[in-house]
Design a protein around this ligand. Sequence first.
Ligand code: FE2
Ligand code: FE2
Length: 277
Amino acid sequence: MAISDLHVAYPENREIVEQLRPESEHDWLLVAGDVGEFFADIEWALRLLSERFAKVVWVPGNHELWTVRDDPVRARGVERYRRLVEMCRGLGVVTPEDPYPVYDGPGGPVTIAPLFLLYDYTFRPPDLSKEEAMAWAHETGIVCTDEFVLHPDPHPTRDAWCRARLRETEIRLDSRDPDLPTVLINHWPLTRQPTEVLRYPQFAQWCGTVESADWHLRYNAAAVVYGHLHIPRTTWYDGVRFEEVSLGYPRERRMYGYDGAKALRCVLPAADGGAGA
Ligand SMILES: [Fe+2]
Ligand SMILES: [Fe+2]
């Protein structure tokens, strides 16, 4: 099963998380980022879920990486990420820094690969430079809060952090068992197509990197799980299933008539009973 963008600072979302339960005692849960902003909130949600599901796999979203004013955990950037990974390990939650587990239940065996790739602003319109795209965002008032509270330390920029993550992650994925399909989990979409339906196209530059455009093929994905866009749906690219699994904000669910209680998505087995690759 998979879900993302729990945003548990909202009481309505917290209530939904409290109701999340597996269908069987063997179910794994993939949590594709944006659990919350406060360290204690993130820990609360992951602890609760880890007590209910046979295994919980987590990747960070941009919100977990924010260093917000009232959070007693003051760590920034890589250090904050490291602290989150440590907290997850204490709960038995699998992170992008752990060996990729193999899921052997219905639709398996598949390698479950939690990824943390971040973004590098390359989902901007192809005819704009990074500076031009950023100026356009500022002029129109559509600027992601990451610019102010997602610090890349010790990397000079968020795109430099993204490049480092891409290189490290490629090495990990290249050394996996090549005979097994994968389920790739990343907070940001691996390909840019899902961002083409954004209400504000300016926002796409904070949504991923063109560097991962062929990873679903290169790494033999049975499915790709992502969030961040708050546009829950299933789409297919090159015959591979992409699952956007956001719970999102209460106001968005009201606007689109989306029932948060049904946000938990089945990833495997696929509708055909297998990996669906
Ligand atoms: Fe989100
Ligand atoms: Fe996000």
